[in-house]
Structures are given as C-alpha cells and as structure tokens.
Write a protein that binds this ligand. Structure first.
Ligand code: ASP
Length: 327
C-alpha cells in the first residue's frame, strides 16, 4: 500500500512546549515550537505517512476559545473532504483536549480519521512523551477505517473516543482515561488496534455542524458544594446565560435554595442541565427536578458543549433531552 497522506493541524500545548532545563517538567512555556519542528523531531513518521500541515494557532490550551473551535471545525471539515488527504492529526494542549475533541466529534462530518494528540511533558524534557504520541497519532490516522470511530484522542499508546475521554491527572503521562466505558484500543508495533466502538452519534450521525454558526450561546457551569451561593444563578442569568450546567451533588442534586433560584431562571427561559460532580454514573430525570435537562453520562464541560450546539437548533425541552440521550 502506498503511504497515506496525513495533514497535521498544530494548535500548541505542551507537545510544543519549551523549558529552560531538561528536568523542568512543569515550569515551561506551552505553544513555543512550530509544527515543522515537531514533525522534524520524529523522522520515523516518514516510514508511515507523507506529512503536510499548518500552524492553526500556537497556544496553551487553557486559552482555547469557542470562536477558535468554530474556525477549527470549519478548517478540519475543509481538509477532510480533500481527495489527497487520508487522515488528520491535531496537536493540542491536554488541558482542554477532551473538550475540543468532543466539539469536533459533533460538528465535523468526515470520511477520514481525525485524531487529537499532545503531550504531558514539554518537547525539551527528558523522556518527552510528545514524539511517540505524535507518531502513534499519525499511525492511527493512517489506519483505514479509523474514521468510523469518530474523532479520537491518542495519548500514551491508547485510543480514546472523544465522547468518553477525560484528563484525570495533573501531570502524569497516563492522564487520559475513558473511565466510564473504557478505551477503544491501543497502538502496538505501529498499528492501531480497535476493540470496541461507541454507539453515541458522531460524524455523519450528528445533526450538528459549525457551518453557519458565528458564535455559541453563553452557557455557564456551576459547581455545587456545601455553602453554594444561590445568587450565582441570578448573576449568570443577568449576564445573559442561556443555559446553566449544574455540576451537581451525587445524582445531579443541588441545595434547596439554589434549586429555588434555578426554577426562577427556568421561568425566564434559561435551560438548567443537571450533571454531576461525581466521577461517573448517569444523571436521569427525577420528579423533584422537573423541567431540568439531564446530562446523561456527560461531564459538565461536555454537557456544556452539547447544550450550546443543541440550543442553536431548538429550545424545546423535550428535544433538548433527546439530544442528551443520543450524543
Ligand atoms: N497547559 C498545557 C495546555 O493545555 C498542558 C498540556 O498541553 O499538557 O496547553
């Protein structure tokens, strides 16, 4: 088989990070190395693929924005349908990688694999993980059929679905986990091996797209805790929030005074989504929180993305809840 043509879209992050010393693993500047240098540092890539690419942005992913997401989704879509491209790798900071991956999985409709990767250690570190992650992301992007699994995150030899992947550790290289459902596969001996496939909607199964969207509605996440201030709900409404995701207690609960404020907000047309601050499980409907939308198994940060896209199509509570059932 002739070599696959993989397009790299570089967004920055620690994989492109530089520190003053090789043993400095945390005090570095993310987004300091250009895409050409990232690729040049891994000559083995040439054994698997022909590479072209571009520097989309070069930022710490804490600075990712919703307008960059929309632009990125359009860019990925435009490249994905090119006949000369067999796969796309996006290098990205790890802090918000799971959010970008989920956003792209809902908005990009692509016949070719789209793989996000990054690194936990800067390019200058002893045992930097970026070069191998980049190679394995390219190997996965070059695997025929990998597009069938939707947008993927490849980190630390493991393949994750955008829907389920989470960053779980501040600094360790095995930080990315799909804790609830497990990973989709592994990369071994240069090959991407898949063992399961998500049934949630993505790729051509998704009704969402970035085309025609100039921005996303304002949606805020509120973490529930003992002593949570109910006025925060009011503040968010006054600032124009169209939906509030409550990272709730247990099965998406909140203190009674917060719930009272939330009901006031609902009367003004604000959507309240009950997610959970626990580390897993499903949030489902209960009579006590009638009228709220349940986040299913989505983390609060992913529930926010889904409600933003869903609100761009409908404000109907029943339809919004259906969206959370399938995506
Ligand atoms: N702060 C970095 C970023 O998200 C962390 C990383 O890439 O690992 O850009």
């Amino acid at each position: 088989m002739s070599k696959r043509h993989i397009y790299i879209i570089a967004c920055g992050g620690t994989i492109a990070g530089k520190a003053a010393a090789a043993d400095d693993l945390t005090g570095y500047t993310a987004g300091a190395v250009a895409v050409e240098d990232l690729v040049a540092a891994v000559p083995q890539i040439a054994d698997y693929a022909v590479i072209t690419g571009e520097q989309f942005c070069n930022i710490d992913s804490s600075d990712m924005t919703e307008s960059l997401w929309l632009e990125l989704a359009r860019r990925v879509q435009a490249i994905a349908v090119r006949e000369d491209i067999d796969g796309i790798v996006i290098t990205h900071g790890t802090d918000t990688m799971e959010e970008t991956a989920y956003f792209l999985s809902l908005t990009v409709h692509t016949p070719v694999p789209v793989i996000l990767t990054g690194a936990m250690r800067p390019a200058t570190a002893i045992s930097a993980d970026g070069p191998l992650n980049l190679l394995e992301a390219v190997q996965t992007a070059a695997t025929p059929g990998a597009a069938d699994y939707g947008v993927l995150v490849v980190m630390n030899g493991t393949i994750h679905a955008a829907r389920f992947v989470e960053k779980t550790d501040t600094t360790h290289v095995d930080t990315f986990q799909s804790r609830q459902m497990g990973c989709l596969g592994f990369i071994q001996d240069g090959q991407a091996l898949f063992y399961q496939k998500p049934v949630t909607c993505y790729n051509d199964g998704s009704v969402f797209s970035s085309q025609g969207l100039s921005d996303l509605p304002k949606v805020v996440i509120m973490y529930a805790y003992v002593g949570m201030n109910p006025a925060a709900i009011d503040d968010a409404v006054r600032q124009g929030a169209k939906a509030i995701i409550v990272a709730g207690l247990g099965h998406g609960r909140m203190p009674a005074d917060v719930w009272q404020q939330a009901q006031q907000a609902m009367k003004q047309g604000v959507v309240i989504v009950r997610a959970s601050r626990t580390l897993g499980g499903i949030v489902t409907a209960v009579p006590e929180y009638d009228g709220t939308i349940c986040a299913n198994t989505l983390t609060p940060q992913k529930a926010k993305i889904l409600v933003q896209l869903a609100l761009s199509q409908s404000q109907d509570a029943h339809q919004l809840q259906q969206v959370f059932r399938y995506y």
